[in-house]
Design a protein around this ligand. Structure first.
Ligand SMILES: [Zn+2]
Length: 340
């Protein structure tokens, strides 16, 4: 967004500045720890049994008031409006993944209902989790398509809710980059699980389809927000600039921007997960995904955990799945060598 604000035409500049402005408001809301989850938990949901999802999709009708008006509730038929149905299906795919693979009952593991608001703002070019719901902009149509288009982006945002409920990784510096990376890992896994792709069949792109075809890729794949296989190649475009993600500790970026580079240095743990999944082979969610999930639930994972300690914990958790060597090798390839 900063690059677009500097390099874009007038309309693109205005879009980026507006997204940056409202983004700050909601990110600040999210940094109030667990406030929203606590409020939600107090509501009685005894009529729901575990494994049953409860989705509600609202429309903000291109304004910025939340939650907006209900357009599709659980069990009601498709509306044939792409943003509404994609949001409904994306929330459903995310719920199903966490339930089927980990027996986790929604974000808080207590059956929390999943709410989404579409058509937020005018040409709003982002999606976010505000602690209570997923919110999706329509994009400006020039640089960004509608944000419901990519399942991994929906899953990424909901996974922030899971992280907030479990490890509460502080959203700055290395712990913030781990928070971001965990959302990318489960975003990618949920897409792969839904498409029934093995680790070597997957594209390992985050947000493929979010950019219009005017945006140039930095690799041999469609432009995307991030690449876990080759961080730094997701896009390379005159307006957006080049994907700034490093894939190795040698290229770690020290910056005050982006909460200390949370969306930049996440490339390093992202690539470690990709390498672990490729080393192990088969479906990434079956072993590599379980190792990362158990690490996320591990009481030893503290809110201020950095890359080195996180790597150690994944290796510890890899033992019970007999993939310790593959996980250790993955971290070594990104420049992190945990003690043996
Ligand atoms: Zn995120």
């Amino acid at each position: 967004m900063r690059a677009i604000a500097e390099n874009g035409d007038k309309a693109a500049r205005n879009m980026a500045l507006e997204a940056l402005g409202s983004d700050m408001t909601f990110r600040n809301l999210r940094s109030v720890p667990n406030l929203h989850l606590e409020v939600i938990r107090k509501r009685p949901f005894s009529f729901m049994s575990a494994g049953e999802k409860q989705r509600t999709i609202y429309t903000a009708n291109n304004e910025q008031a939340l939650p907006g008006v209900v357009v599709r509730a659980e069990g009601s038929p498709a509306t044939c409006e792409p943003a509404v149905d994609e949001a409904y299906d994306g929330l459903g795919a995310t719920y199903d993944f966490f339930w089927d693979v980990f027996k986790r009952n929604s974000i808080d593991d207590e059956g929390m209902p999943l709410n989404g608001t579409v058509h937020f703002g005018t040409n709003y070019s982002n999606a976010f989790w505000d602690g209570q719901r997923m919110v999706f902009g329509d994009g400006d149509g020039e640089i960004f398509n509608r944000f419901t288009i990519a399942l991994d982006v929906i899953a990424h945002e909901l996974t922030h809710g899971v992280t907030e409920d479990e490890a509460q990784l502080i959203y700055t510096g290395q712990s913030g980059a781990l928070n971001e990376s965990i959302s990318d890992v489960f975003g990618a896994l949920i897409k792969q699980y839904t498409l029934k792709q093995t680790a070597d069949q997957a594209d390992w792109l985050i947000g493929s389809g979010i950019f219009t075809d005017k945006i140039k890729s930095g690799g041999d794949h469609p432009a995307a927000i991030r690449s876990m296989q080759a961080p730094g190649t997701a896009y390379d475009d005159p307006v957006l600039g080049k994907d700034p993600q490093p894939a190795h500790m040698d290229a770690f970026v020290n910056t005050f921007e982006d909460n200390g580079g949370v969306h930049i240095n996440s490339g390093i743990p992202n690539h470690a997960f990709y390498l672990a999944a490729i080393n192990i082979g088969g479906n990434a969610w079956e072993k590599a995904g379980r190792v990362w999930y158990q690490t996320l639930l591990d009481p030893a994972l503290k809110p201020n955990t950095k890359f080195q300690r996180f790597a150690e914990l994944t290796i510890e958790n890899a033992k019970r799945f007999e993939v310790e060597a593959q996980v250790r090798d993955a971290w070594q390839q990104v420049g992190i060598t945990p003690p043996s």
